[in-house]
Write a protein that binds this ligand. Structure first.
Ligand code: MTE
Length: 311
């Protein structure tokens, strides 16, 4: 997020050029044409739960802005396992077979086949805002299930205080993992955060299984927090009693901390968080405390107000 020669908050060409022109130019340059949004699947990567999408929309979660066009969403990503550029090619990511181990302080550890997990819990669609710490934002139609359902399935012990999430580690499949950073990518939530209504496990987006660049086959979506909390391509979920060390806290300790709640009043050490570039329109908009989800999450942080919530 910050090991970039170019300033990350600079507008992408999609934001300053009408979308149609931008896409035509990209397609011509890259020869991508109609395959601009492939799942990038290998022949053996049949997704046995593809029939579950598009999922029924859960109307509780309303947007205050239009959904970001899929083509913009697919061509402006952060996935450091592949590149530090915004234009990610994650075709090398093999998403089937895929297992997720749910363990640590639980009654009984379980390793799920991803499609068994998705079919067992089922999926719904939710429209969420998405705000990156780099001061850009989108609005995304995720499909998946509440993290709370998975927590309940796992039966954590009462002594568990945090949920720790870990991305795969495979330097052959993810060349970016050969860099100096603190791989694998790890993120964490408190138990109260993980069981909040908004905490969502995304297995789909835009009415189909989630794409590789978005963190297939399973990622987190915590829309009141900066995007770096929303860990992609999860293989392990553990319940623990100590605050876990996270990828960004280890890789950039002076910049990226545990709480990471969207907060316009707490600037990043190198830029303001008061406003953001809406990638759908290319224009700036004021940033909202908790990304506008205060009603659902503010109570989680009562008594913590004096803590540097960003750091
Ligand atoms: N998860 C992993 N494993 N690797 C990453 O590099 N980037 C994070 C987050 N999750 C990242 C990750 C950051 S900084 C952001 S803003 C979001 O993913 C980006 O999600 P998007 O590409 O779907 O917009």
């Amino acid at each position: 997020m910050f090991y970039h020669a170019k300033k990350n908050w600079e507008l992408p060409s999609s934001a300053v050029t009408p979308e149609r022109v931008f896409l035509n130019r990209r397609e011509t340059l890259l020869g991508l044409g109609a395959s601009l949004i492939p799942l990038g699947a290998y022949a053996e990567e049949a997704i046995k739960t593809a029939d579950l999408y598009p999922a029924k929309l859960n109307e509780t979660y309303k947007l205050d802005r239009p959904v970001t066009p899929e083509k913009i969403n697919q061509t402006y990503n952060n996935f450091y396992e592949y590149t530090t550029d915004k234009r990610v090619n994650a075709d090398m990511l093999r998403i089937r077979p895929w297992t997720v181990t749910v363990g640590g302080m639980v009654e009984k550890e379980k390793t799920w086949d991803i499609d068994d997990l998705i079919r067992t819990i089922g999926v719904e669609e939710r429209l969420y805002r998405h705000r990156c710490v780099e001061a850009w934002s989108m609005a995304i139609p995720w499909s998946g299930f509440p993290l709370r359902t998975l927590v309940e399935q796992a039966k954590p012990l009462s002594s568990a205080k945090y949920v720790r999430f870990e991305t795969f580690l495979d330097k052959k499949m993810a060349p970016g993992q050969r860099s100096f950073m603190a791989w694998p990518y790890v993120e964490s939530l408190t138990m109260a955060e993980a069981t909040n209504d908004l905490a969502f496990i995304a297995t789909g987006a835009y009415g189909k299984p989630i794409s590789k660049v978005q963190g297939a086959p399973i990622r987190l979506a915590t829309p009141w927090k900066y995007g770096f909390k929303s860990i992609k391509s999860i293989v392990k979920i553990s319940f623990v009693d100590k605050m876990p060390e996270t990828f960004w806290a280890n890789t950039g300790p002076t910049e990226y901390g545990f709480w990471a709640n969207v907060n316009p009043d707490v600037p990043h050490p190198r830029w303001s968080q008061a406003s953001e570039t809406d990638l759908t329109t290319g224009s700036r908009r004021p940033t909202l405390l908790y990304n506008g989800y205060g009603e659902q999450v503010a109570a989680l942080y009562k008594g913590l107000e004096k803590q540097p919530l960003f750091m």
